[in-house]
Design a protein around this ligand. Structure first.
Ligand code: AP5
Length: 214
């Protein structure tokens, strides 16, 4: 199964990817997570990416395309993968098509999770993440058992730098301008399955499975 998760920031792509990884036994490939790790490790890529991420802008296409090209060659991608946050521009989608064609592979489904802007603001301002194991929480909708502490590894939770309201609004604007056109791109290829992203995390997961014919 080769799947793309599409949707605005905060739509629940990462939340659903974790469940899909467990269901299908294939890896999640999140360009956002890869870039945040590079920032944390202080690599050259991280220094470059941080300049864009802090402003809510997209990292240049050639950089993320290179990341995905390398990642898809890894052995755990043989059976399939869940692309979370890539592609994000038409140029990225076209580069992915080219890569897959060379590999003799193709995308099976594109799941587009649709959520209204005001709900997105609520979700992202309340999101907390574990800097150690990557687990995600929400202070109201999915709180940890102990306030501010990761259930899985006991680490203090943090708020992402780009989850300030001003940056969230910039990310939404970038989404509308650069990423939303992908809906038509994948519709034309008859790969798009749009799922209403408001409801419980479980309801949305079940709706995704149904759309995938599971
Ligand atoms: P990235 O990390 O990809 O961020 P994003 O797309 O903005 O998506 P998010 O991670 O914010 O949201 P999500 O949809 O995963 O929501 P989540 O499940 O966490 O990208 C960050 C930056 O990296 C970009 O701005 C860019 O600079 C750069 N970048 C990354 N990829 C790139 C690319 N391809 N090209 C160029 N640049 C790139 O859920 C959000 C919150 O809501 C959580 O707290 C969760 O608990 C809660 N929640 C989830 N579902 C529900 C529900 N059903 N009900 C209530 N709460 C819910």
């Amino acid at each position: 199964m080769k799947l793309i998760l599409l949707g605005p920031p905060g739509a629940g792509k990462g939340t659903q990817a974790v469940r899909l990884v467990e269901h299908f036994g294939i890896p999640q490939i999140s360009t956002g997570d890869i870039l945040r790790k590079a920032v944390k490790d202080g690599t050259e890529l991280g220094t470059l990416a941080k300049k864009y991420m802090d402003k809510g802008e997209l990292v240049p296409d050639e950089v993320v395309i290179g990341i995905i090209r390398d990642r898809l060659m890894e052995p755990d991608c043989q059976k399939g993968y869940i692309l979370d946050g890539f592609p994000r521009t038409i140029a990225q989608a076209e580069a992915l098509d080219e890569m897959l064609e060379k590999m003799g592979a193709r995308i099976d489904h594109v799941v587009n999770i649709s959520v209204a802007d005001e709900e997105i603001i609520k979700r992202l301002t309340g999101r907390r993440t574990c800097p150690n194991c990557g687990a995600g929480y929400h202070i109201l909708f999915d709180p940890p058992k102990k306030d501010g502490i990761c259930d899985k590894c006991g680490t203090k939770l943090i708020q992402r730098d780009d989850d300030k309201e001003e940056t969230i609004r910039a990310r939404l604007e970038v989404y509308r301008r650069q990423t939303e056109p992908l809906i038509k791109y994948y519709e034309a290829k008859q790969l798009l399955r749009t799922i209403p992203g408001e409801g419980s995390m479980e309801e949305i997961f079940n709706a995704i499975l149904k759309a995938l014919g599971e």
